[in-house]
Design a protein around this ligand. Structure first.
Ligand code: NAD
Length: 254
């Protein structure tokens, strides 16, 4: 499969899933615009001959600037948008800081909306585009103590479905990928909070909390998400749109 001649913007691509997607798309021939708030994004970009665009998605003005910079770096047309950047906070709802709630919704729901809004017109004009939103199985089902995350991820699926209906006639597909727990720093960073809230040792969080509802008891690898994202960019996947596609090891079958 080739993405030769295509330009892809991947948000949150300094680490984890976004990084794996950026690397896989570049390997398939795409020119990748590597976005992140973290300076480490520049190393990822350098390694794949991409372009690093640094922006804090919690600032709506910075998201507008990012869209503008992406279009400038891509001669006015981004073919593939992957809304991936995100973060987690594990906390009971009554202790959940309102500022973190606002930041979570801005980074994981409003910024994807803004990037879609700004990057869509040239996609429509060329009558081809792929928008992939990295939601989560927590976009389809909930776990306790993740009110901000679950709400943003559920909302992202609503946005996915709505935009898919609006742009189908322009050769643009819009899908959400909904993985279970993926082996990334985002998972490692919540082990301590999960251990405290559930009253179990940190060493048992993965087996007792993260893998308990899954049919297949293992973490998803970032490369597995990247391979699936690559498939969604293909012309063969042109019939898949408006879908919330699970890579969840059977979590949501329950
Ligand atoms: N790891 C999992 O288990 C899992 C499961 C389902 C969905 N997801 C989703 O996948 C996406 C990627 O997560 P990951 O696991 O690779 O995590 P990660 O922490 O490895 O990567 C997330 C990236 O997003 C960036 N980011 C965070 N806040 C930002 C901001 N304000 N502005 C710009 N960039 C920002 C971070 O710097 C980081 O590089 C997230 O949306 C996450 O919710 C992850």
């Amino acid at each position: 499969m080739t993405l030769s001649g295509k330009v892809a913007l991947v948000t949150g691509a300094a680490s984890g899933i976004g990084r794996a997607i950026a690397e896989r798309f570049a390997q398939a021939g795409a020119r990748v615009l590597v976005h992140d708030i973290a300076p480490a994004g520049s190393e990822v970009a350098r390694a794949i001959n991409g372009v690093f665009l640094q922006a804090d998605l919690s600032d709506p003005e910075a998201v507008r600037r990012l869209a503008q910079q992406a279009l400038e770096a891509a001669n006015g047309r981004v073919d593939i948008l992957v809304n991936n950047a995100g973060f987690q906070l594990v906390s009971p709802v009554e202790d959940f800081p309102e500022a973190v709630w606002d930041r979570m919704l801005q980074v994981m729901l409003t910024a994807p909306f803004q990037l879609i809004k700004y990057l869509l017109p040239p996609m429509k004009q060329q009558r081809w585009g792929r928008i992939i939103n990295i939601s989560s199985m927590h976009g389809l089902v909930a776990s306790p103590y993740k009110s901000g995350y679950n709400s943003a991820k559920h909302g992202l699926i609503g946005l996915t479905r709505t935009v898919a209906l609006e742009v189908g006639e322009f050769g643009i597909t819009v899908n959400a990928i909904c993985p279970a727990y993926v082996r990334t720093p985002l998972v490692e960073s919540q082990l301590a909070d999960q251990s405290r809230i559930h009253g179990i040792p940190e060493s048992e969080v993965i087996s007792k909390i993260m893998l308990a509802p899954a049919a297949i008891k293992r973490l998803v690898e970032p490369e597995e998400v990247a391979e699936f994202a690559l498939y969604l960019t293909s012309d063969k996947a042109g019939v898949i749109t408006g879908a919330a596609l699970t890579l969840d090891l059977g979590w949501s079958a329950r």
